[in-house]
Every structure is written in C-alpha cells, then in structure tokens.
Write a protein that binds this ligand. Structure first.
Ligand code: SAH
Ligand code: SF4
Length: 390
C-alpha cells in the first residue's frame, strides 16, 4: 500500500466522520462510506455507487481500505477455517473461524506474539513482536466475514446472512496490553452501521491486567473471559507470570467490579487442564472457595480447556476422566461448567497453537526492548518463565 494513503480500516465511526469532515463531507456520507466498507466488504471506491463522484475521487487520492494480506487459508475436516495473515516484517497472526449449528465464531488476534509468556502457551513462548493496529484487528473480521460469504455464495450487505455472529479475542496476544486499538476495533464490531454484533456475543479474553479490566468497563464493556488456570497464587505465579503483579485477590475484585457494567451477569473463567499441575480434586475445591464459598463471590461459569500440547512445553493434557471429575466438583458446587471441544486440531488451529510454525527469530533485539518496557511497567517478573511448583 502507498504509505501516504490513510487506511480507512483504522477508523472507528467517530474517527471516520471526522476524516470525512476534513474532506469537506457531511456526517451521513461517513455513514454511507462505513456501510460500504464494513457491511458490503467493498474496498474499491468506484463501486460505492451512491457516493458522489467528487467524493470518490478525493477518497481515491487520499485513502485506501487495506486488510492484512493472507499468507495461508486452511479448512479443517470439522469445518474450522484458519487464516494466517502477514502483519509485516516477518510477523504473522492467525484468525480462526469455528462454525456451529446456530452461530459462527471468529477467534481473532490482537498482538503479534505476547509478552505475558504463560507457561502452557506457544504464543507466549515466541515472545512479543508488536501490537496490531486497528486495521489489522478489524481487518481480520472484515476479511473473514466477506471471504466466508464469497465461499458460500451469500450476498454482501445487511440482507445477506451474517456468517460471523460471535467474536472472541482469544487468538494471539493479550488484548488489554494493546488497549486503544482493541477498544476501537470493538466499537466497530458493535456499531449498527458496521457489524452490529451484540455486546453479549463479543468476548474479550484476558490473562488478568487488572487496571485495564476497569478501563474496559468504562470504555466498552463486552463479555469478559478471564484466563484463570490456577486455584491459588503460588500455582498461578508459575503458570501466568502476570499474577505476580496482579494476584488473585485483586483479580477477583476486578471481576466483581466489571460485572456492574458487563452485558452478561457472569464472568467466564478459562482453565487449561494440565496433567498433575492444576487438575487435582483439591484444586477444584480450592476454586470453589475462591469464586463462590467466601464473603465476596464472583458470579461465573467455568470453561475447562484440555491443554493443547506443543513441542518442548514439557506439559501434558489431563485425561478425559480427570477433566470430567474436576468438572463434576465445580458443578456439584453449583457452578456452570463446560469442557471446551478441541476444534481444528488437524490444522493447528486449537488454542495456544497459533502461528507456532512461523516463529520469527530475527527481531530479538526489538522484543527484548519491549520486554524491558513491560517489566518496568508491570514488575521484573513480567514475561519470565517461572518454574511451575509441583
Ligand atoms: N491473552 C489472552 C487471550 C488469548 S489466549 C488470554 O490469555 O486470555 C486464549 C485462551 O487460550 C486463554 O485462556 C489461554 O490461556 C488459552 N491457551 C493458551 N495456550 C493454550 C494451550 N496450549 N492449550 C489450551 N489452551 C491454551
Ligand atoms: Fe499471552 Fe494469553 Fe498466551 Fe498468556 S495465554 S502468553 S496472555 S496469549
């Protein structure tokens, strides 16, 4: 793309209106333009037939609609479809579409790599490369929605059946450590002149960046999933290094505060099932005390994720019997608990397996600098591999 051109995918509705005003156009023109982009998936200004020719000419000279380039596009035997996107300088991110009977869920990435470095996550093991821009985040939805429609022969625009009904920010990266672009992209997902998704059907998943949970509540509350993975601080310190900065008591308090603003009346806790590490009966009972049997409970559901192994993780997935027994203890305590089906295994699209094979080893220096910056901000253990207590 010509660098002088403004990428219109970077703008939320208010910013697009401001940009159009700069070009001397009225606010309703911005709405029309936004519908062309986000409801019809059109990137060519000449096709925007109800915009004045003079406006289209101005746009052609100054702007473009550019999503990240697709490197690969695979469909799994179970219908899961995975795209790998080029985000420049040897970095790639992944987007996964998971079709189900009455909904279509898109799992999107917010960063190339991740600095949190959870023990069981291959994205974390790659280190942090960079934050994605708004255009790169919303571009994943833009491309996937219209590509799916093209594949299925569904017409673009509000009349055609929407392919993506749910979005989860559970791909690569920690969305709350790329806050502004993530929130701008969320606003577009919710906007009626763009994707018009319900707040309840857009879920942000976080490893627990406490101050940013509060900020999200103020700026754009959507459904919240929290990656818990441990029943006490000692265990969690070893699995999710960010816990040393924001321990469980602070995280639980943030979840309670968030619920005052959330579109749903529960938090989803994700819990990756690791054989012999966090999957004992005593861990399940400790979880019940953590979220329920105490003076300050957190209304919640649990989503148990069978660990997806990757080379050199040194960790093993809990067996199915163990996962069921663990789930039973939570359910007996009255907590709604689901076990996540593993989808897209055959194309490496399962949680925590994303882009493992395109690891970029060339930009170590830059990553180290970024890591130092985060450690300054979040404490010296940020992003460190900490031994898992056994
Ligand atoms: N950074 C955010 C969102 C992306 S990860 C977060 O951590 O919440 C999305 C989910 O996949 C998280 O719950 C994460 O803990 C889980 N996950 C990561 N690696 C995994 C693996 N190898 N197996 C199973 N789940 C994994
Ligand atoms: Fe980052 Fe989430 Fe992976 Fe942890 S689980 S390293 S926060 S992407």
């Amino acid at each position: 793309m010509n660098m002088a051109l403004t990428n219109l995918l970077d703008f939320d509705p208010a910013q697009l209106a401001a940009y159009c005003a700069e070009l001397g156009e009225k606010p309703f023109r911005a709405k029309q333009l936004q519908r062309w982009i986000h409801q019809f998936g059109v990137a060519d200004f000449d096709q925007m037939s109800d915009l004045a020719k003079s406006f289209r000419e101005k746009l052609k000279q100054n702007a473009a609609i550019t999503a990240p380039a697709i490197i690969s596009d695979h469909t799994s035997a179970d219908g899961t479809r995975k795209w790998l996107f080029d985000v420049g300088q040897g970095n790639a991110v992944e987007t996964v579409f998971i079709p189900e009977e009455n909904r279509g869920t898109l799992c999107i990435s917010t960063q190339a790599g991740c600095a949190v470095n959870c023990r069981f996550c291959s994205t974390g093991k790659q280190g942090f490369s960079r934050n994605l821009s708004v255009g790169e985040i919303i571009g994943q939805l833009w491309m996937a929605e219209f590509e799916l429609r093209r594949t299925k022969g569904v017409e673009p625009g509000p009349k055609g059946e929407r392919q993506i009904t749910n979005v989860v920010m559970m791909g690569m990266g920690e969305p709350l450590l790329n806050f502004e672009p993530t929130v701008t992209a969320l606003k577009l997902m919710l906007d009626d002149n763009a994707y018009g998704l319900s707040r309840r059907r857009v879920t942000l998943s976080t490893s627990g960046v406490v101050p940013m949970i509060d900020k999200l509540a103020q700026e754009c509350p959507v459904a919240l999933a929290v990656s818990l993975h441990a029943s006490n601080d000692n265990l969690r310190d070893g699995l999710v290094p960010l816990n040393r900065k924001y321990p469980l008591a602070d995280l639980m308090a943030a979840c309670r505060r968030y619920l005052d603003f959330a579109p749903r009346d529960f938090i989803t806790f994700e819990y990756c099932m690791l054989d012999g590490v966090n999957d004992g009966d005593e861990n399940a009972r400790e979880l019940v005390r953590l979220v329920k049997d105490n003076p300050h409970p957190v209304p919640c559901k649990f989503n148990l994720i069978p660990f997806n192994p990757f080379p050199e993780s040194g960790l093993v997935r809990s067996n199915n019997k163990r996962i069921k027994a663990f789930a039973q203890i939570l359910m007996d305590a009255g907590i709604v608990t689901t076990i996540r089906k593993t989808r897209g295994d055959d194309i490496d699209a399962a949680c925590g397996q994303l882009a493992g094979e395109v690891q970029d080893r060339t930009r170590v220096q830059e990553r180290m600098q970024k890591m130092a910056e985060y450690q300054n901000k979040y404490g010296k253990n940020f992003g460190r591999i900490v031994q898992v207590p056994t």
